[in-house]
Ligand binder design. Structure first.
Ligand code: GLU
Length: 295
């Protein structure tokens, strides 16, 4: 079934290319989510406000294949995008009424606190430091930090190799958990190069300006799959990165609504995975994790 689906998507892509048409890959590969008709919410809740506004503002990544990537038609696609569409649907918001806001790692708490978005779905690890400023629904996925290098690199085979190769440079992203967690494995702070986005790290790895990139395994697998064999992952995952949906601090009702929505739409969640990150080689279909209590 999965094979047939992939074959169909491939066939559609070929047709689109042959006809030089402006196809819509996101629509080819992901099922449209259910959109509730005129759902009712208690007055004063975030759900009521969003339903009334008729639009959901979602912060996500625009440069991460499989999770949040802006395609050539200017539309975003990926697992985080599909998860946001499931939640939007339960609020009565159709996908075309979602406002996508590009949200690099370092500004995620800022855009929530500044009310620039209603939620952030952006490979966003739940942790206590972030919980001082915002709240998280979820988790909806469990990733783990790993290392990516050029395919012909046989010196770096995990985080421990960084101390053994003190001239090697490793790239990550400002404001991310991997940038913090890799520090203990470095011979000196100079080994760490930071950018705003992981695609900049991938470009630097391709150019030889850095020797490794570190972040969550599933993000790296997306870059490996787009690298035409130039990149590979090495070593095991060495952290746990439970992904949450960032919302305004203390909005327990909205957090519970998001958690209930995901639990009630497990089939759509699996479908969302399989049509996005699940198409990347090396990924496995997750089970929807039990949500943490909202606070
Ligand atoms: N999950 C990690 C984090 O939230 C790394 C991925 C990212 O930067 O988006 O910091």
């Amino acid at each position: 079934m999965q094979f047939r689906r992939t074959a169909l998507v491939a066939a559609l892509s070929v047709v689109a290319l042959t006809a030089a048409a402006c196809g819509d890959d996101a629509e080819d590969s992901a099922a449209e989510p259910t959109v509730a008709e005129a759902p009712e919410f208690e007055a004063g809740t975030t759900m009521a406000e969003i339903a009334e506004a008729g639009t959901l503002r979602v912060g996500t990544k625009f440069d991460q294949p499989g999770f949040g990537l802006e395609n050539l038609e200017g539309e975003v696609e990926g697992f985080d995008v599909e998860v946001a569409k499931i939640i939007a649907g339960a609020l009565g918001i159709a996908p075309e009424d979602i406002e996508w806001v590009q949200t690099p790692s370092s500004v995620r708490e800022d855009v929530i606190e500044g009310d620039e978005v209603d939620m952030v779905v952006a490979t966003y690890t739940i942790n206590d430091k972030r919980k001082e400023r915002i709240s998280f629904a979820g988790p909806y996925y469990e990733a783990g930090q790993q290392i990516m290098v050029a395919s012909d690199n046989d010196e770096i085979d995990g985080p421990e190799s960084l101390k053994e190769n003190p001239d090697a440079k490793v790239c990550s992203v400002t404001g991310s958990t991997p940038a913090e967690q890799i520090k203990q494995y470095l011979a000196s702070p100079d080994q760490l190069t930071l950018f705003d986005e992981y695609s900049q790290c991938a470009d630097s790895l391709r150019n030889g300006q850095v020797d490794a990139v570190t972040t969550d395994n599933v993000i790296l697998l997306g870059f490996v799959s787009e690298s035409d064999g130039a990149f590979k992952l090495v070593g095991e995952q060495f952290t746990q990165e439970p992904y949450g949906i960032g919302i305004t601090k203390g909005d327990v009702a909205f957090c519970e609504f998001i958690n209930d929505t995901l639990q009630e739409n497990e089939d759509a969640y699996i479908e969302a995975w399989e049509s996005t990150a699940g198409e990347v080689e090396g990924t496995e279909t997750p089970e929807l994790p039990e949500p943490a209590p909202c606070a």
